[in-house]
Design a protein around this ligand. Structure first.
Ligand SMILES: Cc1cc2nc3c(=O)[nH]c(=O)nc-3n(C[C@H](O)[C@H](O)[C@H](O)COP(=O)(O)OP(=O)(O)OC[C@H]3O[C@@H](n4cnc5c(N)ncnc54)[C@H](O)[C@@H]3O)c2cc1C
Length: 575
């Protein structure tokens, strides 16, 4: 039986990270649920055992149901009937299997019907589901909306909506509009309060909304008349199952993730409930919602990359040219080893980020119940900064790695990869979206530059540097120390200009350099725990060192006046 959890030992390795003990203890509040729920764990080992069991079930559903359905879903796709979305047959089967196994809402507290899982095993489930079908993971993953309701809605709303997610209802996140994509401050969908009916109503259009006809929707809308920026926006929850008041005008015809319906939605007097406080929609709630979703896309990227790498490896072993398997040609085996090294590095970054988010979120929820001790407050602050800095880094880098791995995997398939006969043709198309939605790579760089300016990455790099290592690994640390010095020089050169445009101009280069050092350290620490990551560490560092050198040389040779060379002459010219 195919099982995507047991056939990939890297998952168990990341699940058993030493920080998990603290995460579980914080999340389970000293296992207080054990007296209230007979399925609640009694201690750390019991919790880890239950994570393992649930992941094993998800792994089996991925291997036996979701992956086998992926091709048919890609062919059939969803469609619109009477203004409503109808999923492809396989999507319904997948949802049915997930619901029957009780795998929706697993991170929510038990009192709402969830399993109170931490983010790490949830991310792991997303990693596996994405490997099985990158389109389906979008529908499954929109349960992230429940997390935002859990964080910011009032108790009445939590009791109304959260158990429904646990019972298998789906979500959607309606932010984007025709004139508001990367720049969500421009959202115009109007929210008006009817004093007589004591009810908010939404009017306007949203586009590119994944699973737009889902049961429960979080909507960003302009509640403050006359405003034009983010401070006039609020967050609403709309009960689509109860009201069916939105109209799905169309589903987009698109390159990849075809099984995931991307909807254009029309709102005409659609009733909705305000979540949290007015004006905090974009500034606070959407930022939190998007951070969760960005981590989800990082997981999707790693899962797709895993699928692409496996397809390439299998094909390269079987395909013979010039009398031998193509895997024996240096050009092919080098591609495969770099793919695997980048996959391992991106996955390590994904789970490091998930742990940081877990630590921060656990303290956040505890702080809503009681005031934190001084030490706890400091820890919460530390992990909030790390979660904020690492989330765009993980999303930006993992999605680019995913695209590269999908590209190389197709290349290894030669002409056959271009045909619909092999899964890589679909996987390659699916990979493309990861660096676009939930904020393009360019926007992740903008967000990550904040982490750079605050010194969060460098501080964490120093912490990695101080971790005790086996003697045989010291040489790799020396390489990373040298890469850090080179990076600091490049950073200083850019920052001392005090020119924002110059910082933005080199943003991608600086973030790539920092990311390479961080992923290098993570692989080093992984190898320190288990030697089987050694090969990936070596291959990754060789590539990363030369990539960083190229970026450093580019920055060293550039000056403020150089930016003009890159500017397009046509800017501002109208026909
Ligand atoms: C398949 C799919 C599913 C989606 N699902 C959802 C969903 O469920 N909910 C939702 O609300 N939205 C969704 N979206 C919308 C998605 O988040 C946006 O498409 C994305 O954020 C980019 O916005 P845009 O398409 O308007 O591109 P634009 O914002 O117009 O960007 C165009 C280009 O300009 C660059 N750019 C823009 N601003 C800057 C800047 N400040 N610095 C540097 N470069 C910049 C971008 O990187 C990009 O290369 C989905 C989109 C797709 C394609």
């Amino acid at each position: 039986m195919a099982n995507f959890f047991t056939d990939n030992p890297d998952l168990k390795f990341h699940l058993n990270h030493p920080l998990m003990k603290k995460i579980v203890e914080l999340k389970e509040r000293n296992f207080e649920d054990k007296d209230k729920f007979d399925y609640a764990p009694v201690d750390f080992e019991d919790t880890m055992d239950s994570y393992g069991k649930v992941l094993d079930v998800i792994g089996e559903i991925c291997g036996e149901i979701i992956a086998p359905n992926a091709e048919d879903i890609d062919q059939e796709g969803p469609h619109v009937e009477n203004d409503r979305v109808v999923y492809a047959k396989g999507t319904e089967e997948n949802l049915d299997a997930i619901r029957k196994a009780g795998l929706m809402g697993i991170t929510l507290p038990r009192k709402y019907g969830g399993l109170n899982f931490s983010i790490v095993p949830y991310t792991m489930a997303a990693d596996m589901v994405s490997r099985a079908d990158a389109a389906f993971v979008n529908i499954w993953g929109l349960q992230d909306c429940a997390e935002t309701i859990h964080e910011f809605a009032d108790e009445e709303q939590k009791e109304k909506y959260l158990p429904r997610f646990c019972n298998g209802e789906t979500g959607s996140m309606a932010l984007t509009e025709p004139d508001a994509g990367s720049d969500l401050q421009s959202v115009m969908l109007k929210a008006t309060y009817d004093e007589k009916k004591k009810q908010w109503f939404l009017n306007g259009v949203k586009r590119f909304i994944t699973n737009g006809d889902g049961d429960i929707s979080l909507v960003l809308a302009r509640s403050e008349e006359g405003t034009k920026d983010g401070r006039g926006l609020s967050m609403f929850v709309y009960d689509n199952k109860a009201h069916q008041a939105i109209k799905v005008r169309r589903i987009e015809h698109k390159l990849g993730i075809i099984g995931s319906p991307t909807c254009e939605l029309v709102y005409r007097n659609v009733p909705a409930e305000l979540v949290g406080s007015r004006r905090m929609g974009l500034i606070r709630y959407v930022m939190s919602l998007m951070n969760g979703a960005r981590l989800g896309i990082a997981a999707q990227s790693v899962g797709i990359a895993e699928a692409a790498w496996r397809e390439a490896l299998e094909y390269a072993k079987e395909r013979k040219q010039f009398g031998k398997a193509i895997i024996e040609f240096p050009a092919v085996y080098e591609m495969l080893s770099v793919m695997k090294a980048k996959l391992d590095a991106a996955r390590s970054l994904l789970y490091e980020t998930s742990r940081f988010v877990d630590m921060y979120k656990a303290y956040f929820h505890i702080s809503n119940e009681r005031s934190l001790e001084k030490e706890e407050r400091q820890e919460m602050k530390k992990y909030q900064m790390l979660a904020d800095a690492y989330t765009p880094l993980a999303k930006g880098l993992a999605s680019e790695v995913c695209n590269r791995i999908a590209y190389d995997s197709l290349q290894i398939h030669g002409g056959s990869g271009f045909m619909k006969d092999y899964p890589i043709e679909r996987i390659y198309r699916d990979a493309r979206i990861t660096s676009i939605y939930e904020g393009t790579t360019q926007l992740q760089v903008v967000a990550a530059l904040t982490g750079l300016a605050k010194g969060t990455y460098l501080k964490q790099i120093r912490e990695y540097e101080e971790t005790p290592l086996k003697p045989e690994l010291h040489t790799y640390r020396r390489t990373l120390v040298a890469m850090t010095e080179e990076f600091e020089q490049a950073l200083m050169k850019v920052q001392e200009t005090e020119d924002k445009e110059f910082v933005d101009f080199h943003g991608r280069r600086l973030i790539e350099m920092a990311g390479n050092i961080i992923m290098g350290y993570l692989l080093l620490l992984d190898t320190n725990r288990e030697s089987r990551f050694w090969k990936s560490l070596e291959v990754f560092l060789r590539n990363a060192r030369s990539e960083n050198k190229a970026n450093a040389a580019f920055i060293a040779a550039s000056g403020l006046s150089d930016m003009g060379r890159f500017k397009q002459d046509e800017v501002g010219e109208e026909e």
